[in-house]
Write a protein that binds this ligand. Structure first.
Ligand SMILES: Cc1ncc(COP(=O)(O)O)c(C=O)c1O
Length: 417
């Protein structure tokens, strides 16, 4: 156990790191209190600098399908590290990794590795713009696609006008090229495509939304996006940074039978290391430099440690039993004053009577109640995402006892708050 408490670490952290964290949602601003400083993780558990053992249902925001410090993944990283931590040149492991992903996702002939989901999305958008010669992108309110300028845009004053930037520092001209529709609203998309279809390079969507809490697509919604993009000569981008390999050994697009033109992957495919990718058909992917005119590059792209971890994770999937809480709970469970939306191993407890279908409904949640719920869960040894509008996850390392502990704690927390 460390000689410093969470509080002491946090006081040191805020002196040298903005807000004490390297990514804002870690700061606990949404739930109040001091962030947990984690010393180590093993399987389903994390151990804090205060000496606490917590069952982790945040799992590095969904990256750890096999839990913490999985021996196969750690072993692969250690072996790769001994061979050299980076070359900035082609390596065999990258080829094995790309072959493995392409064999698991029928819609992908090729993938390009990058370091983060943000970069994967930036690359997909540039490819779509480069191929179509169009500038506009249509996204959905409440879907998160990383922190590039074009994606930090939320709904503007009207459906048919450009969005407004959701961060200082995003040029208005960039935001104007991003149109924003409500998630799950096929009619709104039809209206936008009818007005702007000829200047839209791509529609980008999280096929299951997981960044306003977990929200399932309505039946037919994704199919409509596929139809409309084809009809208007735009590309369809599935951002599967969360959903890719979460529900089975492939993308959600494969599972639901809809082939996007480009798919962005991250989190799980890196086995917990910084690795993401964009993939699609050869004729699209070969628009990227050095084959084609769309430029994209990265010193650390396809880093040996990251692809070793990713490959080890992908190799484990053939034999993996993907966790599924739906069997125990159904997919939308009514709770006292709340509602749990569950898709296999991803879930959100919403403080609203019914599971929301879009951002406007998600915003009706009682976020203060979520804060009290989060802290009650933490006191009971359960670590959830420290914000209402996030998804929680289960890994293959979680045992039935871990899931029982979660369910008991939820029951007690809902009584207590
Ligand atoms: C759907 C989705 N796309 C993109 C990103 C950005 O990924 P990264 O944080 O690796 O840049 C995230 C991050 O959570 C995400 O959930």
């Amino acid at each position: 156990m460390s000689k410093f408490s969470n509080q002491e670490f946090f006081e040191r952290a805020v002196r040298v790191i903005p807000g004490g964290v390297n990514s804002p949602v870690r700061s606990f601003r949404s739930v109040g209190g001091t962030p947990v400083f984690i010393e180590r993780g093993a399987g389903s558990k994390i151990y804090t600098s205060d000496g606490r053992e917590l069952i982790d249902f945040c799992l590095s925001w969904g990256a750890l399908l096999f839990g913490h410090a999985d021996p196969d993944i750690v072993g692969a990283v250690m072996k790769a590290a001994v061979d050299g931590t980076g070359f900035g040149a082609a390596t065999e492991r990258e080829v094995l990794f790309a072959e493995k992903i392409c064999s698991m996702v029928p819609a992908m002939d090729q993938v390009r590795c990058v370091n983060s989901g943000t970069e994967a999305v930036m690359t997909a958008i540039r490819l779509a713009r480069g191929m179509t010669g169009r500038d506009k992108i249509l996204k959905f309110d409440g879907c998160y696609h990383g922190h590039s300028d074009a994606m930090l845009v939320s709904a503007g004053s009207g459906l048919l006008s450009g969005g407004s930037s959701s961060s200082a520092g995003v040029p208005a001209a960039t935001a104007a090229d991003t149109l924003v529709a409500p998630y799950n609203d096929a009619d709104a998309v039809k209206e936008i495509m009818a007005a702007h279809g000829d200047s839209i390079a791509a529609i980008i969507v999280e096929p299951i939304a997981a960044n306003m809490g977990l929200i399932r697509p309505k039946p037919g919604f994704l199919e409509t996006l596929r139809e409309l993009t084809r009809m208007h000569g735009a590309r369809l981008i599935f951002d599967e940074v969360i959903t890719g390999f979460r529900f089975g050994p492939t993308t959600y697009g494969t599972l639901c039978g809809i082939d996007a033109d480009l798919t962005c992957l991250g989190k799980i495919i890196g086995g917990g290391l910084p690795l993401a990718a964009v993939g699609g058909r050869k004729e699209i992917m070969e628009q990227l430099a050095p084959c084609g005119p769309v430029y994209q590059a990265g010193t650390l792209s396809g880093n040996p440690l990251a692809v070793a971890a990713g490959l080890a994770a992908l190799n484990k999937m053939d034999a993996a039993i993907f966790p599924n809480l739906e069997k125990q709970l159904g997919c939308a469970t009514a709770l006292r004053g709340a509602c749990a939306q569950i898709k296999d191993s991803a879930f959100t407890v919403f403080f609203r009577e019914e599971a929301p279908q879009n951002l406007a409904e998600a915003k009706e949640c009682d976020t203060e109640a979520y804060g009290r719920f989060f802290h009650s869960m933490l006191e009971q040894g359960i670590y959830l995402p420290p914000a209402q509008f996030e998804a929680a996850f289960v890994s293959t390392a979680h045992t039935e006892a871990d899931v029982d502990a979660l369910l008991c704690a939820v029951e007690r927390a809902l009584q207590a708050i």
